[in-house]
Write a protein that binds this ligand. Structure first.
Ligand code: RAT
Ligand code: ZN
Length: 414
């Protein structure tokens, strides 16, 4: 087949990326059957924790006074502070405007009342369809925590599902606060003790197995602190070794590790109060090396860890690197990290996930990421073309499909 002339490369890449169907491998979204857990609309967009942290840069309101406000009052304050009193140039602020603009609303009018009216006129079902279509989303992976009471009760009574929303079994409480989780497990009828006896480990495996069959998750996952090391003589280390890895292996599930979060460095900010720290890449390497029959989906939060994580992925094919996570999901960093990954890993990685907590956010997070990923690919194919190797449109489309979905599914099925 004839290669794409170098001056048509840009057009071929932009069109392939524009039309790419997306699998969003990590979000905090829920299917409509989860009721109130699915967040959407302008007020939820405005009180996203990324924006709350930014708002407190400008105001003196005590944290508790803010949390005592209604959602609408909080949204009003964020809007006034970040959009009216200051120009909304941060990535999270720009995101809100991208959403409104892509929905056809008049951003220039700065008319919060009109935006609220728009969302009030929609049903959630209609809005889910619209959002998925607008951005070419095939499927989003949720974050499903069986220790969350509200979510747990939905899973125990769930009727039917929506195939666009797939599960991921999230086990932070089990790994990071076992004393509290142990009490819950006992209340639910598991014979467990905080000393983590052999029988307790077996009961935890039973718990995980039951939730795997209830949720049919695509992977098991946890967010982990910068101090995370493995192996380790701690509840977390023992549970990973004796429960998580064996159950993941038995069911062919990757273990998703999101490493580098310092939880609640400022507790007054609640969900907005987490920070970042450099983590131990050798732990990732050791896991991949010592457990070759397990698969690991890994993202790290510190910019400083990105290069060594990509290098680690060159060494271990059971390691899949994904996303530019949270504080990294900013254009300058996405560009740098994506280019570096292409240079070290070719096309064998998952460049992005949205981490959306509010449905509408998939619109901006994917629009912004798509543009940058396309820019990077144009550069890379142009560099190829300079050698005389001109990629065909089909080859470009195949590569792009991999990055936006197929790489993930192939890894899951491997
Ligand atoms: O990005 C976020 O919204 C964070 O608050 C976290 O939820 C993080 O993505 C996580 O999954 O722990
Ligand atoms: Zn997340």
């Amino acid at each position: 087949m004839k290669g794409v002339e170098s001056n048509h490369i840009e057009q071929a890449v932009r069109s392939a990326v524009e039309n790419a169907r997306i699998t969003d491998v990590h979000t905090h979204l829920f299917g409509p059957q989860f009721g109130d857990l699915l967040l959407w609309g302008i007020d939820e967009l405005l009180i996203y924790h990324y924006l709350i942290a930014e708002t407190f840069r400008y105001i003196d309101t005590p944290y508790e006074a803010f949390w005592n406000m209604s959602k609408r009052e909080q949204a009003d304050l964020v809007w006034k502070t970040l959009f009216i009193d200051n120009s909304p140039i941060s990535e999270a602020c720009r995101g809100v405007l991208s959403v409104l603009s892509k929905l056809g609303l008049d951003v220039r009018a700065r008319d919060l009342t009109a935006y609220r009216e728009y969302f009030e006129s929609k049903s959630v079902e209609e809005y889910v369809d619209l959002t998925f279509e607008l951005i070419g989303l095939d499927c989003v992976v949720m974050t499903n925590d069986p220790f969350d009471d509200q979510e747990r009760s939905v899973w125990l009574s769930i009727q039917g599902d929506d195939p666009r929303f797939r599960a991921a079994l999230r086990i932070d409480p089990l790994l990071n606060s076992f004393d509290t989780s142990c009490k819950k497990l006992r209340d639910w009828g598991y014979e467990v003790d905080t000393a983590l006896s052999e029988s307790t480990l077996s009961e935890i495996r039973r718990f995980l197995t039951e939730w795997v069959s209830r949720m049919n998750p695509l992977y098991m996952a946890a967010s982990l602190p910068p101090s995370f090391v493995f192996p380790e003589d701690s509840p977390r280390g023992r549970i990973i070794e004796h429960c998580v890895l064996p159950v993941c292996k038995e069911y062919g599930l990757p273990f998703g590790m999101m490493i580098g979060v310092k939880k609640l460095v400022n507790p007054g900010l609640r969900l907005a109060g987490d920070s970042v720290g450099k983590s131990d890449i050798e732990t990732v390497e050791r896991l991949c090396s010592n457990y070759p029959d397990n698969k690991f989906l890994v993202t790290m939060l510190a910019r400083e860890n990105q290069h060594e994580l990509a290098v680690a992925a060159r060494k271990y094919r059971n390691l899949m690197v994904f996303g530019c996570w949270w504080f990294l999901n900013n254009p300058s960093l996405v560009r740098e990290i994506t280019a570096m990954r292409c240079e070290l890993l070719g096309l064998s990685f998952i460049p992005q996930h949205s981490d959306a907590r509010v449905l509408d956010q998939v619109i901006y997070k994917w629009a912004h990421s798509k543009e940058i990923i396309a820019d990077v690919l144009v550069d890379k194919y142009n560099d190829l073309a300079a050698t005389g190797w001109t990629p065909t449109e089909d080859e470009i489309r195949r590569d792009v499909e991999g990055l936006f979905g197929k790489n993930f599914w192939d890894f899951i099925e491997r």
